[in-house]
Design a protein around this ligand. Structure first.
Ligand code: DGY
Length: 332
């Protein structure tokens, strides 16, 4: 019998097809009907590899997966995988760093442009009013050129955002736990304190992983420090921002608007007040959703799965497991 690779119920059919094409010679790929239903738990019991999308993988699930050798995160964020619990059980945790940074950076710039050039209002205007009014009556937008972009978290994705923003002739400042001297030299980005960044930026863009330290990194105090004309862009994780405080900030005009790809609760419930606001642009956690990037993600994930199933350590281990080699043969 071939080993079982169990994948999230959330994947699109074309991605499921790519998983099957890349693995079917050595494994059986099983898309789950749902997460944690009794039928799914039956599949998980026999799984050697699990590929979650945004579902939580913790002790409760691992207990049902005695044969598991790897949890292969389809993405770069692994805040919903309990790495410690996996490590205790000798389960590898892999992810897909690097290959998706450009896609997230492109969406970040797209959100900035949508807000600064009022693209959403412009689109609605053309569809409903332009023919009657004759003039383009939507308020003027703003240039990106000359504006200050404050990047919080200048890692792989933050850097790609900085590169693109520099191409738009923006000034880029950043705050991070670590100074990035090479980027300062090569890209002309400037390190500042978080407070300085919030007080001076025209756009504040978040590129940190969700950890206990970054949860609610942006809450009322930080939002109140931002300029009234500034925009907040979040393509990282919803919980990095205190969403209730953000709603107040948007409603009461502490900031001008926000571009959000990630939310506290996903999918966003229909009664979330953000859905009624005009000064926000919202996208459904789709920063990596391009044909090219998703293909690369499948290739990266499946390459590591092939390695694990043939007894080799995977290439893209999460940092907490770097250098670890588990005796995965024992689980057969
Ligand atoms: C990531 O890479 O973590 C994105 O959120 C897509 O899963």
């Amino acid at each position: 019998m071939k080993p079982k690779v169990v994948i999230s119920y959330g994947f699109r059919n074309e991605v499921i097809g790519q998983f099957k094409k890349r693995l079917s010679d050595i494994a059986e790929v099983i898309p789950l009907p749902e997460w944690m239903s009794s039928e799914s738990l039956q599949e998980i019991r026999n799984a050697e590899v699990l590929v979650p999308l945004h579902e939580f993988v913790g002790e409760a699930l691992l207990e049902h997966a005695p044969r598991l050798k790897a949890v292969s995160r389809f993405g770069v964020g692994y805040d919903r995988v309990d790495v410690e619990a996996c490590t205790r059980r000798g389960v590898y945790v892999t992810y897909t760093p690097g290959i998706l940074s450009h896609a997230v950076a492109e969406l970040t710039l797209a959100l900035m442009l949508c807000l600064s050039r009022r693209m959403m209002e412009a689109d609605r205007y053309v569809r409903t009013k332009w023919a009657m009014n004759g003039k383009a009556m939507i308020p003027l937008g703003n240039d990106l050129q000359g504006k200050i972009l404050g990047i919080i978290g200048l890692g792989r994705i933050g850097l790609e955002v900085a590169r693109r923003a520099r191409a738009f002739n923006m000034q880029v400042i950043y705050y991070d736990k670590l100074r990035r001297l090479e980027a300062e030299e090569n890209l002309g980005v400037k390190y500042v304190s978080l407070k300085h960044l919030l007080k001076t930026s025209d756009f504040v863009s978040l590129h940190v992983p969700l950890t206990p330290e970054t949860r609610h990194l942006i809450s009322e105090r930080e939002l109140r420090m931002m300029k009234k004309t500034a925009y907040l862009i979040n393509t990282s994780r919803g919980a990095v921002v205190d969403e209730k405080a953000l709603c107040r900030a948007l409603r009461e005009g502490w900031i001008a608007g926000a571009g959000l790809d990630v939310f506290y609760e996903e999918p966003v419930p229909l009664d979330n007040p953000l859905l009624k606001m005009e000064n926000v642009v919202l996208t459904p956690h789709m920063a990596t959703h391009t044909v090219e990037t998703r293909r690369l993600m499948v290739a990266t994930v499946t390459e590591d799965i092939r390695r694990v199933l043939s007894g080799e350590p995977p290439l893209n281990l999460v940092p907490e497991q770097k250098g670890k080699k588990f005796h995965i043969q024992d689980k057969n």
